[in-house]
Design a binder for this molecule. Structure first.
Ligand code: AMP
Length: 403
């Protein structure tokens, strides 16, 4: 093993590739950026080197190959190219690992074939992830590459939490079970929360609330996930920016039979036209807060529905875990909206959960406590860092393989 310590993290979506070059020796990020609007007539690459001076170029990127070649060229211009001896590995974010991949996995031809078999579980995400992997392997066939799965952290859920109460044979035949998503975030944030408390992750029970445009909650006992709110797909659970979260499943039947909606129309309704957007026309919590300030009733209702669902999950996970040491808020809404945090925790004083409103109002970019001194359960804001988690898992696995 050389002393290469850098990992290139790639998050390949259907029309974008996000990248971060992370040095595991000191956690620094020599370069980060994004290629957007891949396949459209005008695309854009934004490249931010650590030493400053963002470079942004508009030009078409016909496919992921062109996009990754552009990333490679930008990195090379700074002496950070894919052939740099300091590059230890590439870590790919992959959304769905099914029951096949429950841990970070070194990418091989056989592994990519197995990954392809999982496409029906995540038809919108996994194909783009696989394309990113294929292009990166073509550019650097000799470099170790690792897939880190959004589902993997939740693979420890006990069978009774992962099972839907439907006919077992049908469920097994079509891989219908709860997988959960945002796993790298839940893993990173639960561990970071233990650190914030000055305790070993194995001794701490945490409820993690990942509240971004997509949102999910998880119950983590001693560093191990025991339940999470997303299921077969990221549609289940909390109210999100544009997704409904939990529903009576018969609503789908009703919309089909009574409203005459097709399966595709229902898919669009629930994934893209529901949640906060469906309730009030806005999916951004900042805009909703602004409208609430003006007395807007629809925005207020959207906020209330969002917070009510969140509170129900906190209550459920208090019961699942039995003893809870900390509740951690993360992602765009969780890290930034003091109003959501305050509302979600209000009325829980009898359960030993008490927000300090002064601490809660302080903005910041590092992990911090927002509970009162008397609160039995610590309440924390812990900025997530999925790229660092992917880089760390990639680096550790590559080192293990080399030794
Ligand atoms: P994420 O998916 O983690 O990037 O989160 C994106 C969401 O975070 C946005 O849609 C907003 O709803 C929310 N958000 C970002 N900044 C703020 C803020 N300052 N206050 C409230 N919500 C915010």
């Amino acid at each position: 093993m050389t002393d290469a310590t850098r990992v290139l993290v790639l998050n390949s979506g259907s029309s974008s590739v996000k990248f971060q070059l992370i040095d595991m020796a000191d956690g620094s990020r020599p370069a980060v950026g994004i290629v957007e609007r891949i396949g459209e007539s005008t695309g854009r690459i934004e490249y931010r080197p650590q030493h400053g001076g963002t470079r942004s170029t508009e030009r078409p990127f016909p496919d992921h190959s062109a996009a990754l070649e552009a990333v490679s060229a930008e990195l090379a211009a700074d002496g950070l190219g894919l052939d740099s001896p300091e590059l230890a590995a590439i870590g790919h974010r992959v959304v769905h690992g099914g029951t096949t991949f429950t841990a970070p996995t070194v990418i091989t031809d056989k592994m990519v074939e197995e990954l392809r078999e999982l496409v029906p579980l995540a038809p919108l995400h996994n194909p783009a992830n696989i394309t990113g992997i294929e292009v990166a392997r073509r550019l650097r066939p000799d470099l170790p590459q690792v897939a880190v799965f959004d589902t993997a952290f939740h693979a420890t859920m006990p069978e009774y939490a992962a099972r839907y109460a439907i006919d077992r044979e049908t469920a097994d035949r079509f891989s219908v079970r709860r997988y959960g998503f945002h796993g790298t975030s839940h893993q990173y944030v639960s561990r970071r929360t233990a650190q914030l408390l000055g305790r070993a992750p194995e001794s701490v029970n945490v409820i993690v609330l990942h509240l971004g445009n997509g949102a999910s909650a998880s119950a983590v006992a001693g560093g191990v996930c025991v339940d999470t709110s997303m299921g077969l797909t990221p549609l289940e659970g909390l109210v999100m920016g544009t997704r409904s979260g939990d529903l009576d499943p018969a609503i789908l039947l009703h919309l089909h039979r009574v409203a005459g909606m097709s399966v595709d129309e229902i898919d669009v309704l629930l994934n893209r036209r529901s949640g906060l957007l469906g309730l009030c026309g806005d999916n951004d919590m900042r805009e909703i807060a602004r409208r609430m300030g003006e007395g807007d009733a629809a925005a207020q209702l959207a906020f209330d529905v969002y917070v009510h669902r969140l509170k129900k999950y906190v209550g459920a996970y208090l019961a699942v875990l039995g003893r809870v040491d900390a509740i951690a808020f993360t992602a765009g809404v969780g890290e930034n909206s003091a109003a959501v945090r305050e509302a979600a925790m209000s009325g829980l004083e009898n359960l030993g959960i008490e927000v300090d409103s002064v601490r809660n109002a302080v903005r910041g970019s590092s992990p911090r406590l927002i509970s009162t001194e008397d609160s039995r359960v610590a309440i924390a804001v812990v900025p997530t860092d999925e790229e660092l988690e992917i880089a760390g898992q990639t680096f550790n696995l590559v080192r293990q393989h080399a030794s």
